[in-house]
Design a protein around this ligand. Structure first.
Ligand code: NAP
Length: 394
């Protein structure tokens, strides 16, 4: 008899927790439970479709799924298919890896207007998440306001700015790609409420904005006569200094050199949103679409004996996929210590009825096959019925 661990949420933190557990206890039985019939969470639904290199981390997770005592339980929603209490009773330990999937609110008037989108909904839409099939109407969108100065804001601006040719080898939902290509986009403003020396962009992601075929990156030179805060730790200061250098390069670009511009504007706090415009602390600018990229929140994770939390659910919506690896491994060590003090529970197999890894592999195969004639890595199945039909082998 061995211990059984349930991991709720089959995203990067959940897989890294499984990895951490198996390093010391390869005998453990681990069930990775997810609401979706597809694993990998944010890697599939959140990472930008043109960042296939980042998505390749899924190959590491596939190796874990291939372990004999690791099972994937897809299409299982805790609260619908079984309760947290039932889960805790059935397993020796439960790891909550549910992430943060609710867009934070700006808290300004007009935020509920239909042309205002949170980045989670927006990115989930173009990544084919089955719960987010309704996207914004882009057919008359010339001006976009992207609120926030983090990497998600860069993802959103870049995905709108890239040409169809630049998106051709990605796994963006093809209809979404076509809607972006057909939109009469003229200017994307990336809006920060503070100065550029506080932006949380990483260097490579910011520099990428300067290499887009149909869009010129611009920034206001006057805002760039600053230095990274001296009180910051050295790596942060270096990152910010490099960002400032990249932005100064953007400030030197010729505004009308390309049909589209991505313009970085700083010290501009949102005050109110109205149809066709956004009022900032610096003045009102046109905006036919507003995408807020200001972070996420999640449901309060359950607590109790033998319940552990990892990833964004544990420490908030900051940190890249590699950051989560170290954190999940640390929590896995706590779980192992907890298990070491307890005898394994006896009783029937607690795994709920679900779609499994074989079902996911049928989806994977179908998606990759659909991508081949188009030269794309895959064309995703994007509605629940198709996902479940293929997972169940229908
Ligand atoms: P983030 O880096 O925390 O950026 C959030 C931004 O929202 C900040 O600029 C913040 O400004 C702004 N903000 C918050 N509340 C606001 C308000 N009320 N009004 C105006 N602006 C507001 O978070 P993120 O961009 O969501 O990214 C989340 C994590 O995922 C980050 O660790 C990021 O690096 C990572 N990620 C990485 C990649 C990649 O590696 N390619 C891609 C996407 C995401 P203040 O600073 O003023 O609060």
């Amino acid at each position: 008899m061995t211990h059984r661990v349930a991991i709720v949420g089959a995203g990067p933190s959940g897989f890294y927790a499984a990895d951490g557990l198996l390093r010391d206890r390869p005998d453990l039985r681990i069930d990775l439970i997810d609401r979706l019939p597809t694993p990998f969470g944010l890697v599939r639904s959140g990472v930008a479709p043109d960042h296939q290199g980042t998505k390749a981390v899924a190959r590491q997770f596939e190796r874990l799924l291939a372990q004999p005592d690791v099972r994937f339980a897809g299409n299982v929603e805790i609260g619908r298919d079984l309760s947290w209490d039932e889960l805790c009773q059935g397993y020796d330990a439960v790891i909550v890896a549910t992430g943060m999937v609710i867009d934070r609110k700006l808290g300004v008037p007009g935020e509920e207007l239909p042309h205002v989108w949170g980045s989670w909904k927006f990115v989930a839409w173009l990544n084919g998440h089955p719960d987010f099939r309704q996207g914004p109407d882009l057919s008359a969108v010339r001006h976009v306001a992207v609120i926030g100065n983090g990497n998600v804001a860069l993802d959103v601006a870049r995905l709108l700015a890239k040409s169809p040719e630049e998106m051709a080898r990605t796994d963006i939902v093809p209809e979404t790609g076509q809607a972006i290509a057909a939109a009469p986009l003229a200017r994307i403003l990336v809006i920060g409420r503070r100065g550029p020396e506080h932006a949380s962009f990483t260097n490579n992601e910011l520099a990428e904005m300067g290499r887009i075929g149909r869009a010129v990156a611009l920034a206001d030179a006057a805002a760039l006569d600053v230095a990274a805060p001296a009180s910051d730790p050295t790596p942060e200061r270096l990152r910010k200094a490099k960002n400032l250098e990249i932005l100064r390069g953007f400030a030197g670009n010729t505004p009308d050199s390309k049909p589209l511009s991505v313009h970085f504007r700083f010290h501009a706090a949102p005050i109110a949103i109205r149809p066709g415009e956004i009022e900032l602390s610096t003045g009102t600018v046109p905006a036919d679409l507003v995408v807020t990229c200001i972070g996420y929140r999640g449901e309060e994770p359950p607590t109790g004996e033998g319940v552990f939390t990892v990833g964004w659910a544990q420490r908030g919506p900051v940190g890249t996929i590699p950051t989560n690896r170290a954190d999940s491994h640390a929590v896995a060590r706590e779980v192992l210590a907890w298990l070491g003090r307890r005898d394994p529970k006896s009783g029937p197999d607690p795994m709920p009825r679900s779609t499994d890894a074989a079902g996911w592999h049928r989806i994977d195969k179908a998606e990759i096959a659909a991508g081949v004639p188009l030269g794309r890595p895959r064309v995703k199945l994007i509605d629940w019925k198709s996902l479940l039909d293929v997972a169940q082998g229908d």
